[in-house]
Ligand binder design. Structure first.
Ligand SMILES: Cc1cc2nc3c(=O)[nH]c(=O)nc-3n(C[C@H](O)[C@H](O)[C@H](O)COP(=O)(O)OP(=O)(O)OC[C@H]3O[C@@H](n4cnc5c(N)ncnc54)[C@H](O)[C@@H]3O)c2cc1C
Length: 342
């Protein structure tokens, strides 16, 4: 029987570094362990939280009165390869950034732009992690998951996962219905199609006089940019971007652009335009704002930080204040990217 720990402080298990005690916690290291757990009484009787690296959750309240299921399934295996491609099956509990480093070491390309994203491989499909012009969906072949109501092993194609910007079916219709045990990625081998379209990446490459970039140099450029903008998680607590970048309709975008000619934008479609939430928050003069133990990070207005001893409730109060200000000034309702756990 898998061992169940009681009254576990989740402080080390969430990057916001808030203190919250889980009534029960179980560490899952294999598919048979999760299947065994699903058929147990403790699983039936309690509300549950699947936890990877805890880098995209905000724990609210001093107690999580339920069962935390910590994914620790490991393993990186090559399941197929040719001269130009490789298919990898990666256990859901593996660390995402360690996977990126493994790929660089083996000259496998496709996820170098996703360097230094915290968290586990199993959580990556949940919000279709993305950065610097690349998203998980660009390289994902299959998601392997266990259906929590039956214990059955299932495989989902990219189409079935309904990926969107920081979205997937696992964050919506199938929220809390599946435990992602592994992902299968298709990566390039030998010759790579690099994505250096982001201004900041090309700027770093130019500064370093790199005219023929490689997956390694792109990864290093991304790491350099991220370290300059994002907080060091050893110093402050954070879950990265707290809100999603809002997608607004074209008419509203044109009106805003008239009022604010410097308004940045990306991801234009025929009907909508995505604009940076950080820019909106900055214009509301909230960048660097501090509220007790928590605040808006001084180098990035979309990132909320816990300086020391802050609680999930304090972060929520700050988030509500930002939401209210942006709504009042721009008429835009920001949606949290972080999963709020009560
Ligand atoms: C400094 C910083 C920078 C960040 N930068 C980025 C970025 O550039 N791009 C980006 O997309 N994200 C970014 N994030 C957010 C975060 O790293 C990702 O969302 C990551 O995928 C979360 O992984 P995790 O294992 O920590 O998930 P957790 O926080 O543990 O869980 C997140 C959600 O997924 C669910 N979940 C976790 N594992 C599983 C599983 N195996 N099966 C089913 N559900 C599961 C959880 O229940 C929860 O709802 C950043 C976070 C931080 C702290």
């Amino acid at each position: 029987m898998v061992s169940i720990e009681e009254n576990v402080n989740l402080f080390p298990y969430n990057t916001f570094r808030v203190t919250s005690t889980a009534r029960y916690l179980v560490r899952i290291r294999s598919i048979s362990e999760i299947q065994e757990l699903i058929h147990s009484e403790i699983f039936d009787r309690n509300k549950r939280l699947i936890l990877g690296g805890g880098s995209n959750v905000l724990l609210v309240g001093y107690i999580f009165d339920g069962l935390v299921i910590k994914n620790m399934i490991s393993g990186i295996n090559i399941i197929r390869q040719s001269d130009t491609n490789v298919e990898l099956k990666i256990g859901g509990g593996e660390n995402w950034h360690a996977l990126v480093m493994y790929c660089l070491d083996n000259d496998f390309g496709g996820i170098e732009n996703l360097t230094l994203i915290p968290g586990t491989v199993g959580a990556a499909p949940v919000q279709n992690i993305g950065a610097y012009g690349v998203e998980l969906k660009d390289v994902l072949l299959l998601v392997e998951a266990i259906e929590l109501s039956t214990g059955k092993l299932r495989y989902f194609t990219r189409g079935e996962c309904r990926f969107g910007y920081r979205e997937s079916i696992f964050k919506n219709e199938w929220k809390d219905k599946y435990f992602i045990s592994a992902v299968i990625l298709k990566l390039s081998k030998g010759r790579h199609q690099l994505n250096t379209g982001y201004d900041s990446i090309s700027k770093v490459l130019n500064e370093q006089n790199i005219t023929v970039p490689t997956i390694q140099s792109v990864s290093e450029a991304v790491a350099k940019i991220r370290k300059s903008k994002l907080p060091n998680l050893d110093e402050v607590g954070s879950a990265g971007s707290f809100f999603k970048n809002p997608c607004i309709d074209r008419d509203k975008y044109h009106l805003m652009k008239l009022a604010h000619p410097t308004l940045p934008s990306f991801a234009h479609t025929t009907d909508s335009v995505t604009i940076p939430a950080a820019w909106l928050i900055e214009l509301c003069r909230l960048k660097g704002k501090r509220l007790g133990n928590v605040g808006v990070y001084r180098n990035h207005a979309l990132v909320l930080v816990n300086y020391f001893d802050g609680t999930g409730d304090e972060v929520l109060v700050l988030a509500a204040d930002i939401h209210e200000n942006v709504l009042r000034v721009f008429g835009i309702s920001l949606i949290p990217e972080v999963n709020i756990i009560k």
